[in-house]
Design a protein around this ligand. Structure first.
Ligand SMILES: Cc1cc2nc3c(=O)[nH]c(=O)nc-3n(C[C@H](O)[C@H](O)[C@H](O)COP(=O)(O)OP(=O)(O)OC[C@H]3O[C@@H](n4cnc5c(N)ncnc54)[C@H](O)[C@@H]3O)c2cc1C
Length: 481
């Protein structure tokens, strides 16, 4: 952090203003505060309890790739951190300016540049809000099929940086499956492009290196993504099973039979009792499973019937299409107040993914760890993104009344994360499926990767010799406190 009463500070401010214009270099307290908190619980509670947050020295709004490149060159000259900022909706503290420096807010880079109806792709600047992107593509008669719960508050760049995902991921993929090619500005300011197509045998996949790099290896400035026709129909069906295990057997059979739902979601018994009851009004004991198919009506009807037949092999209650459609209609409600958890509660999304052989072991390992060590916490979960080989566990812990002292509250929060994630990794889980690593879980990356983490560290050192790009995130070198 540079002292604001310093002529070096004024020099950097002038240099940045020459690149983006004075109006686009903000140093006011409200601009800085707005770029000091994302959706990570720790800065939220820190601020809530009257503590001062680490803030950026400058909030800078570039309007072009060239401006991004110039800003990075200035940052290298003065050895100042640069933290790309999208919508600030990340839950891992990935966009927090923990060492001050330049918060590079990408929201002026928000144009859709091209829609190619022949190849069914669209190219956009990465600061675009994902809802605006979807609306623009829908206006042209297509869809991105990227429908995350944060569609209205996140950017395309944020999803690329975090390997994010939307509700229809089971058919249309996560963001790393959607991206065709990207333009990236490397930490030293070079403007590069990944290959024009995502399938090739021209060496390792450079695009996949930047997908999920959380602003530590450069700034993604443009991306071409796949777009899709609007399906003729999309239909849903829901079942209630006696136990989560029986529902998991049915869900995994749907996937391993190679049916192609656009979505499957399975809620454990406590989450069915808590959230499904509150949002959908289903007041029954058991595990709620919902799935949907989309495409030509005939294909949808056939696939839906086959998936229902699989579910009917087990003891079940058929909740019908209506209770499936209701889930789709209310799908975003699960993530916002009054249904979602909020301060003063402490809560964390213990997001992980594993094979079908391991996923229930991961669930029980996490649940038992939380239950046995933290009696003040409730554990609930659902399985939300499904693959041919396994699925994602979206577990949550909730503490109704965390300690008043922010240091104690954060120590407790960190301890739960540490123990629960380590328990998941032991059973074949990973740190995360779609929220990223950020500041929150960087400390566990070396453990997760083992010696392979050095490969990533070496790449980081070569690309970012001065360690200016989002230092201290994803388990990479810090700048020191
Ligand atoms: C209510 C709610 C619901 C959510 N639901 C979902 C969901 O359904 N699916 C999901 O995946 N996530 C979800 N999230 C989490 C969040 O929206 C995602 O992690 C999203 O990818 C963050 O995007 P952002 O633009 O807000 O990024 P930010 O939070 O601003 O930044 C996230 C990371 O990306 C980096 N970054 C941002 N832009 C760039 C760029 N152009 N180049 C390089 N690095 C960059 C930042 O430095 C940071 O490390 C949800 C969050 C909330 C608050």
């Amino acid at each position: 952090m540079i002292s604001a009463n310093n002529y070096l500070y004024e020099m950097v401010r002038s240099e940045l203003s020459w690149v983006v214009g004075e109006a686009h270099v903000q140093t006011g307290e409200s601009d800085k505060l707005g770029h000091s908190i994302d959706y990570y619980w720790v800065p939220e509670v820190w601020h809530d309890r009257g503590q001062k947050l680490p803030a950026p020295d400058f909030v800078v709004y570039p309007a072009s790739t060239k401006e991004v490149s110039e800003i990075l060159k200035i940052a290298n000259t003065h050895n100042i951190p640069v933290i790309p900022w999208g919508g600030g909706s990340g839950s891992q503290g990935g966009a927090l300016p923990i060492y001050g420096g330049i918060a590079m807010d990408m929201k002026r880079m928000n144009k859709v540049l091209n829609i190619d109806p022949i190849s069914m792709t669209a190219t956009a600047e990465t600061g675009i809000n994902t809802q605006h992107l979807e609306w623009a593509i829908e206006k042209a008669g297509y869809s991105t099929m990227h429908f995350p719960a944060s569609i209205a508050c996140a950017t395309l760049g944020g999803f690329i940086a975090n390997r994010g995902t939307g509700v229809l991921s089971t058919k249309y993929g996560k963001i790393e499956d959607m991206v065709m090619t990207m333009e990236v500005v490397t930490p030293t300011g070079e403007i590069i492009n990944t290959l024009p197509v995502p399938r090739h045998a021209s060496g390792p996949d450079l695009a996949q290196l930047f997908l999920g790099s959380e602003g530590t290896l450069g700034v993604v400035t443009k991306a071409t993504i796949k777009i899709h026709p609007i399906p003729e129909s999309r239909k849903f069906h829901a079942f209630l099973f006696k136990t989560m295990h029986e529902a998991m057997v049915a869900g995994s059979k749907i996937m391993t039979s190679r049916l192609r739902p656009c979505v499957i979601r399975l809620y454990d018994e406590p989450e069915t009792a808590k959230l499904i009851k509150r949002v959908l009004g289903i007041d029954k004991k058991g595990a709620y499973l919902v799935f949907g198919f989309d495409g030509p009506t005939k294909t949808v009807d056939l696939e839906l019937e086959q998936a229902c037949a699989i579910c009917r092999e087990k003891e079940h209650e058929d909740l019908g299409t209506e209770m499936g459609q209701a889930w789709w209609d209310h799908r975003y409600k699960f993530f916002y107040p009054p249904y979602m958890f909020h301060l003063p509660q402490a809560f964390g999304t213990l997001d992980t993914v594993a094979t079908f052989a391991n996923i229930e072991k991961v669930y029980w390992a996490m649940k038992n760890t939380v239950r046995e060590n933290f009696p003040q916490a409730t554990f609930i979960g659902h399985f939300s993104h499904w693959y041919e080989w396994g699925c994602m566990l979206y577990a949550r812990f909730i503490i109704e009344s965390p300690p008043k002292d922010p240091r104690e509250a954060i120590a407790l929060y960190n301890k739960i994360w540490d123990m629960a994630i380590r328990a998941a990794i032991k059973e074949g889980g990973v740190i995360n499926e779609h929220h990223g690593v950020g500041l929150k879980l960087g400390r566990i990356m070396k453990e997760l990767y083992g010696p392979a983490f050095k490969v990533l560290e070496d790449i980081k050192k070569v690309l970012d010799p001065n360690n200016i790009m989002n230092p201290g995130k994803m388990g990479f070198r810090t700048k020191g406190i």
